[in-house]
Design a protein around this ligand. Structure first.
Ligand SMILES: Nc1ncnc2c1ncn2[C@@H]1O[C@H](COP(=O)(O)OP(=O)(O)O)[C@@H](O)[C@H]1O
Ligand SMILES: [Mg+2]
Length: 252
């Protein structure tokens, strides 16, 4: 390579770095606006219910059951606000430890009770197809469990629109040809709606009235922090399939 080519390359690289910086700043601004918007709703609801409590208690024959209802709403909305914040933290937190050597199948089976009770709640079936011979991975157990839980929860929510009896979520593991561990969560629901297919993993992208749109975004952040990937692909014959790919320590 001659000198002028090297100079152009250098200038290009600097330009690209500046663009990256600008787009990161834009993403932060967008995110702050999104957070403000998301938190506004539960906070406004808390204020409303608190006012209602005060008004109810000011009445001579206050109905305590009504007050209790309003207080329950306040709790629920506060939990929702907290949930938004803790998911955001998952989105931005620098990785401190990706610590423990872990058998992925065991990690999934630890979640089985929780997933199965969620399945009952959504009148859906949950099946496990766990492969032998997976490499042990060093990972943050709680974070990877959170990803799996998010994917399965999304699947159940998508299946709510399907008739009873036909609803099924499968959590499968497999060994990729290159030794990576694959974790797949697939359902036979309606699949990803085409309007959001391009933005699926963007923060605050949601089609649900009470959704945060942070589940997939934070899950992908966690996957990448582990040197892995999280992708969507259509399931056959129908539904959605999310593929989490995690490399063993030697390939990280
Ligand atoms: N298994 C699935 N089937 C169909 N759509 C899905 C599935 N998983 C996610 N989605 C779509 O992706 C959107 C974003 O998901 P997510 O980031 O978890 O946020 P939320 O669940 O709060 O909406 C959902 O609102 C939904 O439209
Ligand atoms: Mg979700």
């Amino acid at each position: 390579m001659n000198h002028s080519n090297a100079r152009i390359d250098d200038a290009n690289r600097r330009l690209q770095e500046r663009l990256m910086h600008v787009s990161r700043l834009a993403a932060v601004g967008e995110m702050a606006a999104g957070v403000a918007h998301e938190l506004n709703q539960p906070l406004a609801a808390v204020a409303n219910y608190a006012q209602a409590c005060e008004r109810l208690l000011g009445m001579p024959d206050a109905d305590l059951e009504e007050v209790r209802d309003a207080l329950r709403q306040i709790t629920a909305q506060a939990v929702r606000a907290g949930d938004i914040i803790s998911r955001l933290r998952g989105l931005t937190r620098a990785r401190e430890s990706l610590g423990e050597l872990t058998d992925v199948n065991a990690l999934i089976l630890e979640l089985a009770d929780l997933l199965e009770s969620d399945a009952r709640l959504h009148e859906s079936a949950c099946r496990f197809e766990l492969a032998d011979g997976l490499a042990p991975l060093t990972l943050d157990r709680a974070q990877i469990q959170q990803v799996i839980f998010t994917l399965v929860r999304n699947a159940f929510e998508a299946l709510d629109e399907r008739p009873l009896g036909a609803r099924e979520v499968v959590v499968a593991t497999a060994r990729a040809a290159d030794g990576d561990v694959l974790i797949e969560v697939r359902d036979n629901g309606p699949g990803i709606s085409p309007e959001i297919a391009q933005r699926l993993f963007d923060p605050f992208c949601t089609t649900k009235t009470a959704g945060t749109g942070l589940g997939l975004a934070s899950s992908r952040t966690i996957a990448r922090a582990h040197g892995g990937t999280l992708e969507h692909r259509p399931n056959t014959p129908d539904g959605a399939c999310f593929l989490l790919r995690l490399p063993p320590p030697a390939r990280r």
